[in-house]
Design a protein around this ligand. Structure first.
Ligand SMILES: *Cc1c(COP(=O)(O)O)cnc(C)c1O
Length: 364
């Protein structure tokens, strides 16, 4: 049995370090907004290459609070890939703003050449989602944003440590959103998130907003939220961050091995955008026979996942947007043809060989 993902493998590699850290935090008697959070924020900002990082409770919080603090609200439009995770769109719509979908290119992320046609007088921001550990074309996106005076928010939930022309994603926009959901690159052991930014005003605003809008206890400046990263997760994330580059390196070797050995004319392999490197959050193949391939692999004990089966514009939550099948044909096609093969730290060569042999032998 080969799982689509197996988080125990990476945990067991450094189990005693995680366990020691957990015990330290438990014994410290301090569980919210303390030394671990502060240290993690500094280490994460250093790692990504921004002046500030602010810990939050989740990636979705990072997204909606970003748009809230940038003043994006009802009547405003935000450009986002039609091939995105639902949380990306919720980050926009929680604030009452309208998502304007732009189709992806062959690298699964937003086609920057189609962005300008989607800009209207109401456009306030571009949300650049770096899906699957791949990078958007940040050169084109930043150029468009500057010429049209738009904010850029990056969604780096699936892109912890990969870069665009040598510069890490999460450093390009006004603010970048990270999720540390357990399956993400630097995954926590529960829910967690953060933002990175070079703007001091924004970093300060996040610190206030995440804690009921207060800087000083019981002195509330704005109506905020409770979106604090806790000490336990921050401490555990500090341990994992030490191994993140190593883990990304391993995922690159796993991806290279797949790319070298997977050969089936029915299956299109993932491509990395020239100029980018990938952290291979997922290894996503495309095939017209996706459901058949998924069932065939399952029969042989090989787990796979679909990222994602329903594009946001067709999701029940967004019926109010009035979109229908056929509005974003590329995203719809991707939803029907994508399949994520087993990709995780600790997968063995023998397991990869089993996957490769099975995929290569697949016929319709
Ligand atoms: C996981 C994810 C999110 C949401 O993060 P949570 O921590 O689960 O709220 C947002 N965007 C993308 C692209 C994600 O993969």
């Amino acid at each position: 049995m080969i799982l689509a993902n197996d988080l125990k493998r990476q945990y067991s590699l450094h189990a005693s370090e995680y366990e020691n850290k957990a015990v330290d935090v438990l014994r410290s008697g301090w569980y919210i907004l303390g030394q671990e959070v502060q240290a993690f924020e500094n280490e994460w900002a250093d790692y990504i290459g921004t002046d500030y990082a602010v810990g939050l409770a989740s990636g979705l919080d990072a997204l909606w609070i970003s748009f809230r603090l940038l003043g994006v609200h009802e009547g405003d439009e935000v450009i986002v890939s039609s091939n995105a995770y639902i949380a990306c769109v919720m980050g926009i719509t929680i604030n009452g703003a309208t998502p304007v979908f732009v189709e992806p290119d062959v690298y699964d992320n937003i086609d920057a050449d189609k962005i300008e046609a989607a800009i209207t007088p109401r456009t306030k921001a571009i949300l650049a989602v770096h899906l699957f550990g791949q990078s958007c074309d940040m050169t084109k996106i930043m150029d468009i944003a500057h010429r049209h005076h738009l904010y850029v928010v990056e969604d780096c939930a699936q892109s912890h440590g990969n870069s665009w022309h040598g510069q890490k994603v999460g450093t390009f926009g006004d603010v970048a959103c990270f999720s540390f959901y357990p399956t993400k690159g630097c995954g926590a052991f529960g829910d967690a998130g953060c933002i990175t930014t070079n703007r001091k005003d924004l970093a300060d605003a996040f610190r206030v907003f995440r804690n009921y809008g207060s800087e000083k206890k019981y002195h509330n400046k704005v109506v905020g939220a409770n979106s604090r990263l806790d000490e336990l997760q921050a401490g555990l994330l500090r341990v994992k961050l030490q191994y993140l580059d190593e883990m990304n390196g391993e995922r690159n070797r796993v991806a290279d091995y797949y790319l070298e050995h997977l050969r089936n004319p029915l299956v299109r392999l993932p491509k990395v955008r020239p100029g980018a490197d990938s952290s291979w959050h997922q290894f996503v193949v495309h095939t017209e026979n996706r459901d058949a391939l998924k069932a065939y692999l399952a029969e042989q004990g090989i787990g796979t996942m679909i990222h994602y089966p329903i594009p946001p514009h067709l999701s029940e939550a967004y019926t109010y947007l009035g979109k229908k099948r056929g509005d974003y044909p590329i995203a719809e096609q991707y939803a029907d043809e994508v399949l994520s093969l087993p990709m995780y730290n600790g997968i063995t060569k023998a397991e990869q060989d089993t996957v490769i042999e099975a995929v290569n032998a697949f016929r319709i």
